[in-house]
Design a protein around this ligand. Structure first.
Ligand code: GDP
Ligand code: IMO
Ligand code: MG
Length: 421
């Protein structure tokens, strides 16, 4: 029976999971998403073409890989249809995508509610306003609409009831009530299109593994955005850590093989919340421009700073990474100097253990080691030993402190700009 390869974000998202997933899906049969929704934005270069996917797993772009949207995902049908159309234009058949009947549908009232809830918070989270939190709340309240309800005759009745109930809430906050008749007709048409793709994905995945097919899991969001382990309340509404992968797919622990933790040679965060190694300075702006740190989903400028090994070690504890994949070695090398955070100082004391408590993190001061940059173009290098000596010293230091092997090094955004170690 084959083992599943899992690719997860280690920090606050946008580490380059899409490109790592695309790389490791070379010999895969199935690419699987288990958590989140179209709050994710995963960029992949196929040959020279830049493609961003938000919902369908990036591996599907290979054409011979089945893309599964697992039960833990929340699906905006508008986005799903858009991505199915995009695949079609690329010559990838629609039935290469398989959708769990147990995944939940993001309804228009969830998107509206996302805006409303942000507007009444003292400290808004800075969500993507894609309706992710409200949809997961519906799921927990047991008023959510599953894909299997969506494609059933009962959809209009269930959705009408939900719209009416949500309208009572909108009215109470002096928000406009939603008109939903046309929406329901439009959504019923989406449901018809999606219906042939819906399967019992738990048995589909387990039977595929039994038949020795190779499955890769594409994590979305990242460890420090985890609803339990992240910097609550500045987090997303799912568990992007390894536990969420199991729950969101029906895989069990014995199915899991390699777990890649994806990171960047620098770091970034979109939205609000603590960020110990953030550079609110000219250097932060320089990193943003060099690494093109603008949101794949919302286009927002990302907050930028240095790689944080205290946070990375926490992420390793939670996920059990067998391998690390580090992107943007080329970007960081364009700076005159770059830094690596190896510990925190908290009230005069050296700290090596990350605690996601936001008051604690807001008081932590990073302890840095410094490296010389100004590398020549490294995008054509394919052997670690050919990298500039400061890059090798930086990578070795990360391995020394984390005790996890770096197996992939991104030296540029393009498909083949990767060193395998
Ligand atoms: P994801 O959400 O984790 O899949 O990451 P995103 O796609 O949102 O953001 C990662 C960004 O970094 C994308 O624009 C990628 O094209 C880019 N990228 C990934 N790896 C590298 C790398 O090694 N070098 C450079 N220069 N860009 C990279
Ligand atoms: P990928 O998969 C970066 C952030 C949002 C916000 C918080 C909550 O591309 O790495 P939500 O809309 O999920 O309720 O927003 O989480 N966020 C991400 N940041 N990358 C992502 O996904 C993210 N998904 C959510 O910016 O701070
Ligand atoms: Mg992203």
């Amino acid at each position: 029976m084959s083992k599943v390869i899992v690719v997860l974000g280690t920090f606050y998202g946008d580490e380059g999971k899409g490109r790592v997933l695309y790389h490791v899906s070379k010999n895969a049969d199935i690419a699987l998403r288990c958590t989140g929704g179209n709050n994710a934005g995963h960029t992949v270069f196929v040959k020279d073409k830049k493609i961003a996917l938000h919902l369908i797993p990036s591996g599907t772009l290979r054409g011979n890989v089945i893309g599964i949207i697992g039960n833990g995902v929340v699906i905006d049908p508008v986005v799903l249809i858009k991505e199915l159309d995009m695949l079609k234009e690329m010559g990838i058949p629609e039935n290469n995508v398989v959708i769990s009947g147990k995944a939940h549908i993001i309804m228009p009232y969830d998107k509206e509610m996302d805006g409303l809830l942000e507007s009444i918070k003292d400290k808004p989270v800075g969500t993507t306003k894609r309706g992710i939190g409200p949809c997961y709340s519906d799921k927990m309240e047991r008023t959510g609409i599953r894909v299997e309800d969506f494609i059933s005759e009962a959809f209009i009745e269930i959705a009408t009831k939900n719209f009416e109930n949500k309208n009572k809430i909108f009215e109470a906050y002096n928000y406009n009530k939603m008109k939903y008749k046309d929406i329901l007709e439009e959504y019923s048409n989406y449901a018809k299109r999606i219906k042939p793709l819906v399967k019992d994905t738990v048995n589909f995945i387990h039977n595929s593994l039994k038949n020795n097919m190779k499955v890769v899991v594409e994590g979305a969001q990242a460890t420090l955005l985890d609803i339990d382990h992240g910097t609550y309340p500045f987090v997303t509404s799912s568990n992007p850590t390894i536990g969420g992968i199991l729950t969101g797919s029906g895989l069990n622990t014995s199915n899991i093989g390699k777990i890649y933790g994806v990171l960047k040679a620098h770091s970034s965060r979109v939205g609000e919340g603590p960020y110990v190694t953030e550079e609110i300075s000219k250097i932060g702006d320089e990193i943003r421009e060099i690494a093109h740190e603008y949101g794949t989903t919302t286009g927002r400028p990302r907050r930028c700073g240095w790689l944080d090994l205290v946070a990375l070690n926490y992420s390793i504890k939670l996920n059990g990474f067998t391998d690390l994949a580090i992107n943007h070695m080329d970007s960081i090398g364009k700076l005159d100097k770059f830094k690596l955070c190896v510990a925190y100082k908290y009230r005069g004391e050296i700290i090596n253990d990350f605690d996601s408590n936001i008051d604690f993190l807001n008081e932590c001061i990073p302890v840095y080691e410094e490296f010389e940059g100004n590398f020549k173009d490294i995008s054509n290098i394919r052997n670690k030993k050919d990298l500039p000596s400061e890059a090798i010293r930086f990578l070795n230091r990360i391995e020394e402190i984390t005790r996890v092997k770096i197996s992939l090094i991104g030296v540029g955004p393009n498909e083949y700009d990767v060193i395998e170690c």
